[in-house]
Design a protein around this ligand. Structure first.
Ligand SMILES: NC(=O)c1ccc[n+]([C@@H]2O[C@H](COP(=O)([O-])OP(=O)(O)OC[C@H]3O[C@@H](n4cnc5c(N)ncnc54)[C@H](OP(=O)(O)O)[C@@H]3O)[C@@H](O)[C@H]2O)c1
Length: 300
């Protein structure tokens, strides 16, 4: 008999947290489990000193943390804010989880890698972030690992959905006013639909719920992105195909032609084998997930 009853979801209006809330609704496999959603008004991660008290008050049996400082370029100017939310707040959550033996599922990023590999990254590969965002997320991961909390860190990548601000929505909105677009074609990764993240996370939660916790052997970092790989330019073309937009041309450009304050990894494909081997969970191919995302908006 599991003791897990209350699951705290940190963050309310982000991409992953929004899809997690929908995925949890009315799911039979998660019966007997209460999802408690804490938005910023309840749990402000910028107030690191206040985190422990709020977590004690909520007293959850499991914590899921998709909340993060995610403004990759702005982080170059706002390093303090990025480190506060992505490292210090995460360290406080992990310390609470270690003290109370509360299982933690935390999200991290492909931006922990330099991006100079030519085959899919393993969890054990060397991490060399290119910018503040990646560095702050990596230090958050390390804080969790050092805390000894029963924790699973899910590194995902290239997240998009019909909610919030993301590449998918940007492409669709630009298509309404342009007949051609220039999109970076020399950065390779795996676009990952927030709906796929939510489905796979839900499976993980059900498993932890069943087991009662996360074992020491299961604790650690896992790669958690859709399968396959593509470039941003090819992804843009696929978005238009799935949405039956034919009157637009995508020109593939080089990274140097689209400078950004924070350097992006040129290659950030993540190998999901460890997740599959340990939990028998895998995310769909990015193309399949894209079709689901496009179908979702069509039925709305
Ligand atoms: N987006 C990507 O392409 C991508 C790629 C790789 C990894 N990831 C990781 O995946 C996770 C989910 O990303 P996402 O795309 O869902 O992010 P998102 O849409 O930008 O949402 C971020 C969430 O963090 C919350 N948040 C930010 N500052 C906060 C604070 N001070 N206190 C409380 N909550 C705060 C936001 O709250 P509000 O709703 O109140 O704004 C929002 O719910 C993150 O850990 C991110 O690092 C994302």
């Amino acid at each position: 008999m599991s003791t897990i009853k209350k699951v705290l979801l940190i963050g309310q209006n982000g991409q992953v947290t929004t899809y997690l809330q929908s995925a949890f609704k009315g799911d039979e496999t998660l019966k007997g489990l209460e999802l408690y959603v804490a938005g910023r008004d309840v749990l402000d991660l910028a107030d690191v000193a206040g985190i422990e008290t709020v977590l004690e008050d909520i007293s959850a049996d499991m914590i899921i943390n998709p909340a993060a400082y995610t403004a990759v370029d702005l982080a170059e100017q706002e390093a303090d804010a990025a480190f506060t939310i992505n490292r210090d707040a995460v360290a406080a959550i992990a310390a609470y989880c270690a003290k109370t033996n509360t299982p933690l599922i935390h999200f991290s990023t492909d931006y922990v890698f330099a991006g100079d590999a030519n085959e899919a990254y393993l969890e054990s590969d060397e991490t060399i972030p290119n910018g503040i965002y990646g560095q702050s997320k990596l230090e958050g991961e390390n804080a969790i690992l050092a805390s000894g909390a029963p924790a699973i860190i899910l590194r995902t990548a290239w997240v998009y959905s019909n909610h919030g601000k993301n590449f998918y929505k940007t492409m669709l909105s630009l298509a309404a006013s342009r007949d051609q677009l220039s999109v970076v074609g020399d950065q390779v990764g795996a676009p990952t639909y927030a709906g796929s993240i939510a489905d796979a996370t839900k499976q993980l939660v059900a498993l932890i719920f069943e087991q009662g916790s996360i074992s020491a052997g299961q604790s650690g970092v896992y790669h958690f992105s859709c399968q396959g790989q593509t470039s941003w330019a090819e992804f843009a073309k696929a978005i238009f195909v799935e949405n039956e937009i034919t009157d637009i041309k995508v020109n593939s450009i080089r990274t140097e032609e689209y400078p950004t304050p924070a350097k992006r990894p040129a290659f950030s494909v993540l190998n999901g084998e460890k997740l599959k081997q340990t939990f028998d969970i895998s995310l769909p191919h990015w193309g399949t997930a894209l079709a689901h995302c496009a179908a979702e908006i069509k039925v709305r």
